[in-house]
Every structure is written in structure tokens, then in C-alpha cells.
Design a binder for this molecule. Structure first.
Ligand code: C2E
Ligand code: CA
Ligand code: CA
Ligand code: CA
Length: 278
């Protein structure tokens, strides 16, 4: 009936209101979080096949006063939609550069720290300036900063992406292709763009154990990366079986819970100290 139809519409639009209200609340929460300095960066070791830590990925967390640690999967999408990703991303970049420099000053062997860039950041003309500033301010040498980008950034505007990547290489930072194989993959990107490292997405790594297509995809990506002169890193490595397979295929680096989850700076430091001692 007409009445039921109207109720349905009302129910529907109040659900919509609820969703957008939640988004708005989250957006306001993120603004406040920036003001109150509630963002933290955790670090996950990247390990070579000899078990040495030779890098780390910086992963943002929001230390919410009531909810505790909020994972980026929950707030990055809203940060991107609202444009707050620029401020959050800049903060993460600065913290990661400063922290990396502090570790070097404390006498740890120098290693690159990888920072994730969102599409929005990558497209912003100011990006190059922001990166220069973060390096200058921290005193970190550019080669110890690695920027993780995704295939979708290449696909959106290939010419623009190429220009941005060439400028990044001029600065002297490293560039990694994140989540490889999940996006709008075009192998031509790997030849055309100046990329140093390729990260095999964890969905393929997870599949290794089952002797399914995942295993051959991983093996193929490793071989292809080496032909192209790229370093290759497997993400989401959790088991000895996966390590054995990746070693056999000559994968360069691994990252995953098998070695360590992402850690707050102090814990990461302790992890480095323990590794050095063992
Ligand atoms: P990502 O860049 O692909 O990061 C890897 C994610 O896998 C991280 O989740 C990490 O904690 C998780 N991980 C690592 N090892 C394992 C493992 O062995 N098993 C499993 N199941 N997971 C593992 P996290 O920290 O929750 O980050 C999720 C995503 O949020 C990231 O995916 C990245 O896309 C985004 N993100 C995180 N930090 C930032 C940031 O500072 N800026 C931007 N733009 N995005 C970020
Ligand atoms: Ca990443
Ligand atoms: Ca990834
Ligand atoms: Ca991702």
C-alpha cells in the first residue's frame, strides 16, 4: 500500500542518516585526534632470508581515549573522503622520518622505513614538498625513506603518476608497489615506472600452504621481479611452511606475524636489540 511504501522510504532514509551521522562523528573525531595528537605509528619488521631485520613498515594507529587503539582500516576511508588524510598522512610521514633518524642516532644499523601513501596524497601536487620537508626537518637521508604506492594510483592517471614517481626518485627516496596483484594490474607499469620493490599481497601468500594457484602466482611474481631488477617482499607471512616456500623461490624479504606484528616504537627497539643478541 501507499502507507507501507512511505514507511519503507522513511526507514531507508533514516538508515542513510544514521550512516552519514556516523561518518560525520568519525570525521569530527579525527579532527579532534589531530588536535590532541592521538595518532601513533607502529612498525613491523621486514626481514631477509637470513632472519635479519633490514627495514620496517610504518602503520598508523589512532589511540582513542575511550576506545583504545583504532585500526587504520576503520578510519583511513573516512580520512580520505573528508580530505583529512593529507594532515594525517603528513603527520605519519614526519613521525616515521623522525623515529628512523632517532634509531640511527641510537646506533642501530640504518634501514629504510616504509610509509603508506593514499591515492589522494599521491595525486596532490604538494606531495613532493611535504616529503622534502619531512626529510629536512628530521635530517633523515632520503634513501632511508621508502614510499608504498598501489597499482590503482598508476591506473588513475599514468602520465601524472610517472611524473610524480620521477620526481620522487630525483629526491632519492625508494618506492615500493604495495598489494601487488590485487589492483588493476598492468605489467607494463613495472617497466615504465621507476619502482624499487614489489610487495606480494598477503592473499597470495596465505594460499601458499594449500598448494593452490597461490603458490604458482607467488613463484611467478618472484621470478618476474628479479628479471626486472626489483626486490621482492612477501606480506602476511605467518607460517614456517610459507617461509620455506619463499626461501626456495628466492624471495628477498618477508613481513608478517611469523616474525612480528606491528610494534610501538619502544617494542620495536627491543625487538631489534633481541635480534642483534640472538
Ligand atoms: P597494508 O599497507 O597492506 O598493510 C599491511 C597490513 O597487514 C597491516 O594492517 C598489518 O598489520 C597487517 N599484517 C601484517 N602482517 C600480517 C600477517 O602476518 N597476517 C595478517 N593477517 N595481517 C598482517 P593494518 O596496520 O591494520 O593496516 C591496514 C591498512 O591500512 C594498510 O594495509 C594500509 O592500506 C592502511 N594504512 C595503514 N597505515 C597507513 C598510513 O599511515 N597511511 C595510509 N594512507 N594508509 C595506511
Ligand atoms: Ca603497505
Ligand atoms: Ca600491503
Ligand atoms: Ca592495502
Amino acid at each position: 500500500s501507499k502507507k507501507q511504501g512511505r514507511n519503507r522510504i522513511q526507514a531507508y532514509s533514516s538508515e542513510m542518516d544514521e550512516a552519514s551521522e556516523q561518518k560525520l562523528a568519525l570525521e569530527n573525531g579525527l579532527r579532534l585526534a589531530l588536535e590532541r595528537d592521538e595518532f601513533e605509528v607502529h612498525y613491523q619488521p621486514q626481514v631477509n632470508m637470513q632472519g635479519q631485520v633490514i627495514g620496517a613498515e610504518a602503520l598508523v594507529r589512532w589511540r582513542h581515549p575511550e576506545q583504545g587503539l583504532v585500526s587504520p582500516g576503520l578510519f583511513i576511508p573516512v580520512a580520505e573522503e573528508s580530505g583529512l588524510i593529507h594532515l594525517i598522512g603528513e603527520r605519519v610521514l614526519r613521525m616515521a622520518c623522525r623515529q628512523n633518524k632517532l634509531w640511527q642516532e641510537a646506533g642501530f644499523p640504518p634501514m629504510p622505513v616504509s610509509v603508506n601513501l593514499s591515492n589522494k596524497q599521491f595525486e596532490q601536487p604538494h606531495l613532493i614538498e611535504t616529503i622534502r620537508e619531512a626529510l629536512q626537518e628530521s635530517g633523515l637521508e632520503p634513501k632511508y625513506l621508502d614510499l608504498e604506492i598501489t597499482e590503482s594510483m598508476m591506473a588513475a592517471d599514468a602520465n601524472n603518476a610517472e611524473t610524480t614517481l620521477r620526481r620522487l626518485k630525483q629526491i632519492g627516496v625508494q618506492v615500493s608497489m604495495d598489494d601487488f596483484g590485487t589492483g588493476y594490474s598492468s605489467l607494463s607499469y613495472l617497466n615504465r615506472f621507476p619502482i624499487d620493490k614489489l610487495k606480494i599481497d598477503q592473499s597470495f601468500v596465505r594460499d601458499i600452504a594449500h598448494e593452490s594457484s597461490g603458490a604458482s602466482i607467488v613463484a611467478t611474481i618472484v621470478a618476474m621481479s628479479h628479471h626486472l631488477g626489483l626486490q621482492v617482499i612477501a606480506e602476511g607471512v605467518e607460517t614456517q611452511e610459507q617461509i620455506d616456500f619463499l626461501r626456495d623461490k628466492k624471495c628477498d624479504l618477508v613481513q608478517g606475524y611469523y616474525y612480528s606484528p606491528p610494534l610501538p616504537p619502544d617494542d620495536f627497539e627491543r625487538y631489534l636489540q633481541n635480534m642483534a643478541r640472538s
